[in-house]
Design a binder for this molecule. Structure first.
Ligand code: NAP
Length: 271
């Protein structure tokens, strides 16, 4: 009997050693009996990755650091949310035509669903693909945005897009931020001894959200937690944005809690 070929999906980026996308998506395929397999394809060259997507072909592609913005010009169509955010984290290959979506914003919405944003002072650290999704969400919810980023050029573009201010070192010392979001890879495994704000004084009235999910609790979150601040790990976002990717591709709405439990159990066993 001829073997039924599994549909191929992929996570693309560089590096990919930290990524839990394989674990999440392959757990979904096994549990939901979807005949598919996700592979990790690490490459710094986005053009080479797009060529590989078309040739394999990969049907669903999770796009991660550093390709979320650069992949956009290679796609055939992008949706309205991608246009507003300026970053893609999901590509769906529909019979050779590549469609770009952004499910990071769905992940951020889930992670921050119980947090009041309107009128609050919110610091976003970073101005890359994930930070843009966070900026878009906060703009929609009418928060007061501040952006801190290594490159001033990217911080200025972020502020131009969503409004708000560039954060200064003085602000970090003297201003109260209600919510701080780390949207950089600083503190991500294997560099988990690092923090995006190593000398910052947190307080118990703050909410600290780190988009990093590996480790589950970063140094940034641990230091905030000691002061009594509320902390939010990137894991909830990871699961919500990944389930939305599967909904867009496979058309099935999946149970968030079930898959958060599976990924969290694996994370705590391996770290
Ligand atoms: P990206 O598009 O490459 O942007 C990275 C951002 O971090 C840029 O603003 C960059 O600054 C800054 N940055 C990078 N390395 C730095 C360093 N050594 N020092 C200071 N700043 C640095 O990446 P991304 O896709 O937005 O991802 C950012 C982080 O969010 C990653 O850790 C990723 O794993 C995480 N993430 C998590 C989820 C989730 O579901 N939980 C989803 C998406 C992303 P410049 O502008 O100066 O280059």
């Amino acid at each position: 009997m001829a073997e039924i070929k599994k549909k191929q999906t992929a996570v693309i980026g560089f590096p990919l050693s930290h990524s839990l996308s394989l674990l999440l998506h392959n757990s979904i395929y096994a549990a939901e009996k979807i005949s598919a397999q996700m592979r990790a394809v690490a490459n710094q060259d986005v053009a080479a990755l797009v060529k590989q997507i078309r040739e394999t072909p990969f049907e669903l592609i999770a796009v991660t650091i550093p390709h979320k913005q650069t992949i956009m010009s290679f796609l055939d169509e992008i949706d309205a949310t991608v246009k507003a955010i300026g970053a893609v984290n999901t590509v769906i290959n529909k019979k050779g035509k590549l469609f770009g979506y952004n499910t990071d914003v769905v992940g951020i919405t889930k992670a921050l669903e119980s947090i009041a944003i309107q009128g609050k002072d919110i610091l976003v650290i970073g101005a890359g693909g994930a930070a843009l999704a966070a900026g878009y969400y906060i703009q929609q919810k009418r928060g007061n945005l501040f952006c801190l980023n290594r490159s001033l050029k990217h911080a200025s573009a972020f502020i131009q897009k969503f409004g708000g201010h560039i954060a200064t070192p003085l602000m970090l010392r003297e201003k109260h931020f209600d919510l701080i979001i780390n949207a950089t890879p600083i503190g991500m495994a294997p560099n988990s001894s690092e923090s995006p704000l190593p000398n910052y004084t947190f307080n118990s009235n703050q909410i600290i959200f780190d988009l990093i999910y590996n480790p589950f609790e970063t140094r940034f979150l641990k230091e905030a937690k000691i002061t009594g601040a509320k902390i939010i790990s990137g894991l909830t976002m990871l699961i919500a944005q990944g389930l939305e990717q599967e909904r867009l591709w496979y058309g099935k709405k999946l149970n968030h809690e079930k898959y958060e439990r599976i990924v969290r159990n694996t994370l705590t066993r391996t770290i």
